[in-house]
Design a protein around this ligand. Sequence first.
Ligand code: ADP
Ligand code: MG
Length: 244
Amino acid sequence: MDHLVEIRNLKKHFGNLEVLNDIQFSINKGDVITVIGSSGSGKSTLLRCINLLEIPDAGEILIHGNDILKGDIDVNKHRARVGMVFQSFNLFNNMNVLKNCMAGQMTVLKRSKEESRARAVELLKRVGMENFMGASPAQLSGGQRQRVAIARALCMDPEILLFDEPTSALDPEMVGGVLAVMKELANTGLTMIVVTHEMGFARDVSSRVVFMDKGIILEEGAPQEFFSNPKHERTREFLARFIN
Ligand SMILES: Nc1ncnc2c1ncn2[C@@H]1O[C@H](COP(=O)(O)OP(=O)(O)O)[C@@H](O)[C@H]1O
Ligand SMILES: [Mg+2]
């Protein structure tokens, strides 16, 4: 019962395709879970279910023991508590950087403008974007946009932050800055689930690595054990692609 998130028997299909086929796992406060696996294995769908961007067909998603799939849930409040950072940034293009970070605080958390601004400035500093507060997203590089997107999510004081391949759309020289911000967040104790192909991050930063294959969690473990001694042939094949 102490788990921050517990997922039980989660299933999701699109048409004839079983995308999540009986997923179970649990997350404790402060865990940094990396989720790896081939394209199409269901990683994004899993995160999207936790964020209620998809509604699962069956199963339970317990947050502090309460099933978010049952009863009336305020989706916007849920998404403040369980934040998400996307591959494609998803900033509001009609708002500058500061307003991007203030909007949700005011509408969802009902914070005053002053309080929202103060929190936004604080978190933009944290991701190294305080000099771009008046810029529009279109003026920023991909790496800068992603750091703003992370600040925006953090402004909502999430209990857990989900990252769906946050560096996959970035030019290579931008990846390091975003990973550094994520690593710092991990070190401050933020609970995170990170879908990524960055094996260095998985190995060095995460507390647990989860390998998804065809809609199931085929294997999971502490990074050192997972990478040095993968148990399944499919896991070994997948990891072999990243070793050169
Ligand atoms: N909204 C959708 N409608 C139909 N098929 C989908 C939808 N979302 C995902 N899929 C399919 O589900 C499978 C898993 O997708 P996804 O969760 O995005 O995998 P991953 O993130 O691991 O690449 C893929 O075959 C994908 O094409
Ligand atoms: Mg995906």
